[in-house]
Design a protein around this ligand. Structure first.
Ligand code: ZN
Length: 546
C-alpha cells in the first residue's frame, strides 16, 4: 500500500506541531530553566540510590497524593537539598528522622534544609510528601503530564508521560538526567476495578477496602522520565523469550477489548528483540523483564514498560514516514520505543542538549530492524525515504545546562548520519561491533555526546571529530560540487566546516569508486568519456553539477 500525499502532509504537520512543544525554539532561558537543567550545588552533593514512590491515584478527582522516600549517599558537605515538583502539585512537607524540615519553594524547585549533619560517605533518606491535581496532558506524549481518559467501556484509562517536561510534573524527584536512581519501588493505590502497571516486576497486590495497591520493583538504574504509571481495565498475556542472556519474560498489558488484536500485533515484540539483540547486544534489563503496555496516547520508551498506543496498526498510526513502503512492514511504536531500551534507557544522556544519543540511534534502529528481517536494501530505502522530513532548521545538539533539546532533525537526520557512518566504515561486522560495544562500554550509564563520539572514533580508527562537528553542530549539508569535462571529473566540497574531508562513494560510468574531495578542486580522469555520474545515495550529502 502506498500512502497518499495528504496523509504524508498530515504526518509532517502532526510531528512538527508535536515536536514544537518539546523541542522549543527558545533562545532566552530563565532561572527556572537553569534550576531544572543544571547540576546545581544543591544537587551535586548527593548521589541518588533509591526511591520508594508511594502514591494514591483518585481518578474521579484527577488527584494524586502520597510521598517519595529518597535515599542517597552523601558526597560532599552540604545541608540544602533540591527536590523538584511542578505546580499545581504541592510539596506539603519533607521529613528526615521523624523531623519536619524547612522547605523554601522556588517555582518548580524546592530547597530543603536538612537538620541532621550529612557525613560524607553515609547513606541517608528523607520523605517528601505531596498532593494535588497534576498538569493534564493535552496532547500526550509531547506536552506531557497525566492523561485522564476513558476506554470504550467507560472505565478510567490513565497514563503519565513526561519526556522533556520532566518527571516532576507528577512526582517529586531529583529531576535531572545525570543522576539515575539505582533501583526503585513504585507503589500505586487505585480503585480496585483497575490495574496499575509501572516499570519492572509486579511484587505484590494489596487489597485495601475497595482499592488495590500495586507494588512494582525496578532493580536496574532508571531515568526520571522512564518511570510511569498506567491505570486501566487491563488484561495480561505473556511469553518467555529465549534471549542472549537466557530467559526473558515478555509481558503485555492491554485493554480487555483489545486482547485478540494485541496477541496478533505483539508478535512483532519477539521479532524486535531478535533484531535488536543482534545489532545492539543483549536487552539491558533482563531482571526487570520487558513489557508493552497499552496507553491512551501514541507511546513512549518507559523503561521495561514500553507504552503503546499505535492502534494495533503497522507504520506510524498506519502511515509510512519514508514513502518507501518499508515503514508499513513494522509497527512504528513497538520498534521505535523498544529501540530506546538500548539508546535512552541503557545509554542515557546527561544533558538534554545531547538528546541525539536517544533519538538518532533509535530512529536508526528502525532501519536495522528492517535490515535484520528484510535485508540491507530495505533498510537503505527506508532511511533515504525519511530524509524528506529533515529540516536543517538548527543544529541537532541543543544548549547545555538549561534542559534544552536541539533540532527535531535528531530523528531522521540523525539516522542518516549513522547510516552514512556505516558506509564510511565499509565493514558491517565492525559497525555492529561498535553498536554493541557502545551498549557494553556505557552499560546502565549516563553519558555526554563527547563520550559517544570519542568511542566511535577510537573503534573505527577514523578521526570523526569534524564529521560530528559538521553534522551535529551545524545545519550545513556537505555538498559535492562537480563538473564533467569529457574524460575528466573536477570536484570539491562546499558548504563544509574547516577540515571536513569525508570521502564518499560514487558511481561513474557504472563503476563504483571512492572519491576524496577537499575544499580545493581535484580532478579524476577516466579512460573514456564520462556518461553517467552519481553519488551513492546512502551518504547523506548533496551534490551540485556546475
Ligand atoms: Zn524516540
Amino acid at each position: 500500500m502506498r500512502i497518499t500525499i495528504t496523509f504524508l502532509l498530515f504526518l509532517f504537520l502532526s510531528i512538527n506541531c508535536a515536536q514544537a512543544q518539546v523541542l522549543s525554539n527558545k533562545e532566552h532561558f530563565t532561572r527556572q530553566d537553569t534550576l531544572r537543567g543544571s547540576i546545581t550545588p544543591e544537587r551535586e552533593w548527593w548521589d541518588l540510590t533509591y526511591y520508594h514512590l508511594d502514591i494514591k491515584v483518585e481518578p474521579d478527582k484527577k488527584f494524586i497524593s502520597g510521598k517519595n522516600t529518597v535515599q542517597y549517599k552523601v558526597l560532599e558537605n552540604h545541608s540544602v537539598m533540591q527536590i523538584d515538583l511542578q505546580p499545581p502539585l504541592k510539596l506539603t512537607k519533607a521529613i528526615q528522622n521523624g523531623e519536619e524540615l524547612e522547605v523554601k519553594h522556588d517555582g518548580n524547585a524546592h530547597f530543603i534544609t536538612l537538620n541532621q549533619s550529612q557525613e560524607i560517605g553515609t547513606m541517608n533518606s528523607l520523605e517528601v510528601h505531596y498532593e494535588g491535581n497534576p498538569r493534564e496532558a493535552i496532547r500526550a506524549p509531547w506536552d506531557g503530564g497525566i492523561s485522564w481518559e476513558k476506554d470504550s467501556n467507560d472505565n478510567h484509562f490513565i497514563a503519565s508521560s513526561c519526556q522533556g517536561l520532566g518527571a516532576s510534573v507528577w512526582w517529586p524527584c531529583k529531576d535531572h538526567m545525570y543522576d539515575e536512581v539505582d533501583s526503585m519501588l513504585i507503589s500505586v493505590n487505585v480503585p480496585d476495578k483497575l490495574t496499575n502497571v509501572s516499570n519492572g516486576r509486579l511484587r505484590l497486590v494489596e487489597q485495601i477496602g475497595d482499592t488495590k495497591t500495586f507494588h512494582w520493583v525496578v532493580k536496574n538504574p532508571i531515568n526520571n522520565y522512564g518511570v510511569n504509571i498506567n491505570i486501566g481495565d487491563y488484561v495480561n498475556f505473556s511469553e518467555v523469550y529465549d534471549g542472549m542472556a537466557g530467559n526473558l519474560d515478555m509481558n503485555y498489558y492491554v485493554l480487555r477489548d483489545n486482547l485478540e488484536k494485541a496477541k496478533e500485533q505483539f508478535k512483532q515484540a519477539p521479532k524486535m528483540m531478535k533484531a535488536f539483540e543482534h545489532w545492539f547486544g543483549q536487552y539491558p534489563f533482563y531482571r526487570d523483564s520487558f513489557k508493552l503496555v497499552e496507553v491512551p496516547y501514541l507511546g513512549m520508551e518507559h523503561q521495561s514498560s514500553v507504552t503503546y498506543g499505535n492502534g494495533y496498526k503497522n507504520g506510524f498510526r498506519g502511515g509510512d514516514w519514508s514513502g518507501s513502503g518499508w515503514g508499513l512492514k513494522f509497527d512504528y511504536i513497538i520498534i521505535h520505543e523498544a529501540g530506546h531500551e538500548w539508546f535512552a534507557n541503557n545509554i542515557t544522556y546527561k544533558d538534554a542538549a545531547d538528546m541525539w544519543i536517544h533519538e538518532s540511534f533509535t530512529t536508526y534502529s528502525e532501519s536495522l530492524y528492517l535490515d535484520y528481517h528484510f535485508g540491507k536494501k530495505a533498510a537503505s530505502e527506508y532511511i533515504i525515504g525519511t530524509r524528506k522530513a529533515i529540516t536543517n532548521d538548527k543544529p541537532i545538539i541543543g544548549t547545555y545546562h538549561v534542559n534544552h533539546e536541539g533540532s527535531s532533525d535528531m530523528y531522521y537526520k540523525g539516522a542518516s548520519i549513522l547510516h552514512t557512518l556505516r558506509q564510511l566504515i565499509e565493514d558491517d561486522e565492525k559497525w555492529r561491533k561498535i553498536l554493541r560495544g557502545l551498549n557494553t562500554e556505557f552499560y546502565h550509564q549516563t553519558v555526554t555526546t563527547k563520550q559517544i563520539e570519542d568511542y566511535i572514533s577510537e573503534q573505527t580508527g577514523i578521526d570523526l571529530t569534524e564529521f560530528f562537528n559538521q553534522y551535529l553542530r551545524t545545519i550545513q549539508v556537505p555538498t559535492l560540487e562537480y563538473k564533467i569535462e569529457g574524460k575528466s571529473l573536477k570536484y570539491r566540497w562546499i558548504n563544509i566546516i574547516d577540515k571536513f574531508d569525508m570521502p564518499i562513494q560514487i558511481k561513474m560510468n557504472d563503476k563504483e569508486q571512492w572519491l576524496f574531495p577537499k575544499t580545493g578542486w581535484n580532478t579524476l580522469s577516466s579512460d573514456k568519456k564520462i556518461e553517467t555520474f552519481e553519488v551513492d545515495p546512502d551518504f547523506y550529502v548533496e551534490s551540485k553539477k556546475i
